[in-house]
Design a protein around this ligand. Structure first.
Ligand code: ADP
Ligand code: F6P
Length: 469
């Protein structure tokens, strides 16, 4: 490298690197997260490129090589960030695809920007892909890209994976751009979803919303009028399980986990929540359950502590500002009523942490609370389980993709505050043998189904997807 054509091209809204300051110069550093690890493993031995936005407005930096990957930044102007990223992606699609927890907003200007940016991604992919290359597109920000790319490069194999849920047709049909979006996706050979229900929702949307002259849907295949076939199926994502298990077992992480508990005054029980500060994550419902438990005395503020890590996210959007101030107010109220000197009942951390610190938090926690109102998968649940082989307990919302696989978790409906409280109590008080049995089964499941296996499954599904009927 640098070369100009690649056998495997990854397209995602963001590049797998962040711009950070090192002394007085700024450098690219690999972003944390399983997707990057998975792509590294599937790219090794192949010529791979990744196209995505660098995270800042304006002119794109020149393409460059990092960790054996060719990275090709895509420019987004300040207006495109507002209209394509914050607008259509996170103001229309994100709430619509997450059960309309907040009402989605639809603007024609946002849709136009979404089309323009998706076309830009497709043009760059078309330039970079070698003949018959594989192009793997990620997530809801790029649903039109498969169609645009297909028009430019009929020879390439196109796969798309949705990291978030795909909504039931009754909700999806609200979207003014619904037909355009479905046709956009149908430009792919293979569409991967987190759950079977998501794939079925997509197939049902094609059947119900597109005309019989446009498409024919048979089982998991959709044939378009031009004779092209697209297959939709579930391929649930996972994490770098072995990497997390290894990290969690290191003496440094173990020592840091003990130190965290000491810093909190060695509580008898430590509860943990780790989320992007997003209204889909059920943080408000979780805090309500805990506040009631502290008030009723089911939890004692002096003996049971809760850490909530809430990563800043999409901070210019009103719905995110709203959830942030609600969470801050509730944490303040709980602490006002239930903390002791120097030892708050709730420790609220609104920032990002290195992987080692995250692992130490997972190891330190007796019970992990994962209570989204809707979540495509929820990787945090899998990370916690990978970090514990036979200790700890996971309280997990039924509305996560992870609940489909992590059956031995303490499952809860976060809307049902009374039962959620009982579930938290059960997880805290279950006999050690029960918790061990559950955690061993969960740990085995997550170690067996890791992110590398996911990537291989996706790519082999894509390789054999039928192009013609
Ligand atoms: P989402 O993709 O919606 O943010 P997931 O739970 O699937 O939710 O993935 C979140 C990822 O971000 C996990 O790998 C998690 O460990 C990581 N993460 C979350 N909060 C932080 C934080 N404050 N610092 C560092 N990593 C974080
Ligand atoms: O999983 C959904 C997702 O939007 C990913 O595409 C993204 O990596 C993550 O959440 C964080 O979102 P954002 O890129 O908007 O900060």
């Amino acid at each position: 490298m640098p070369q100009d054509k690649f056998d495997l091209v990854i397209a995602a809204n963001r590049l797998p690197v962040d711009r950070v300051r090192e002394g007085n110069r700024s450098v690219w550093r690999r972003s944390p997260g399983g997707l990057v690890t998975a792509m590294e493993s599937v790219m090794s031995g192949r010529d791979g490129a990744w196209i995505g936005w660098s995270g800042v407005p304006g002119k794109a930096p020149a393409p460059f090589e990092q960790d054996d990957m060719w990275l090709h930044p895509i420019a987004l102007s300040a207006d495109e960030i507002t209209d394509y990223y914050e607008g259509f992606s996170n103001g229309s699609l994100w709430p619509l695809y997450h059960d309309v927890i907040v009402p989605p907003t639809f603007r024609r200007r946002w849709q136009a920007a979404y089309e323009k940016v998706n076309r830009r991604f497709a043009e760059v992919a078309a330039e970079l892909a070698a003949e018959n290359a594989t192009v793997w597109i990620h997530d809801y920000q790029l649903q039109l890209m498969p169609r645009y790319l297909r028009e430019l490069r009929p020879d390439v194999r196109i796969g798309w994976f949705n990291h978030i849920p795909f909504p039931p047709v009754e909700l999806f049909m609200q979207l003014p751009a619904r037909d355009t979006l479905l046709h956009g996706l149908l430009g792919a050979d293979f569409l991967g979803f987190q759950r079977r229900t998501d794939a079925q929702n997509f197939l049902r949307a094609c059947r119900q919303l597109l005309g019989d002259d446009d498409v024919e849907v048979r089982a998991d295949l959709v044939q378009t009028a031009d004779g092209q076939v697209c297959r939709a199926a579930a391929v649930p994502i996972s994490i770098d399980s072995r990497g997390m298990a290894r990290l969690a077992a290191t003496p440094a992480v173990r020592a840091r986990a003990r130190e965290i508990r000491e810093q909190l005054g060695n509580p008898e029980k430590l509860l943990l929540g780790v989320d992007r500060l997003d209204y889909t994550k059920g943080i408000r419902h979780r805090l309500k359950s805990l506040e009631e438990m502290y008030r009723e005395g089911t939890l004692d503020g002096a003996r049971t502590k809760f850490i909530q890590v809430a990563t800043p996210s999409r901070e210019r959007l009103q719905a995110y500002q709203h959830i942030k101030s609600e969470v801050e107010q509730t944490v303040g109220r709980i602490n006002g009523e239930h903390s002791s000197f120097g030892a708050p009942a709730v420790t609220y951390l609104h920032r990002s942490f290195p992987r080692e610190e995250m692992a130490a938090l997972f190891v330190a926690a007796d019970v992990m609370l994962v209570t989204p109102l809707r979540d495509g998968m929820n990787l945090v649940a899998k990370e916690y389980v990978a970090a514990h082989d036979d200790t700890g307990a996971l309280v997990l919302s039924e509305f996560t993709g992870a609940a489909n696989e992590l059956k031995q978790a303490y499952l809860c409906n976060p809307h049902d505050i009374a039962r959620t409280k009982r579930t938290i109590t059960r997880a805290l008080e279950a006999p050690a043998e029960e918790r061990r049995r559950r955690m061993r089964a969960l740990h085995r499941q997550v170690l067996r189904h890791d992110v590398q296996r996911w990537a291989e499954r996706f790519l082999s599904n894509l390789a054999v997807a039928p192009r013609q009927p």
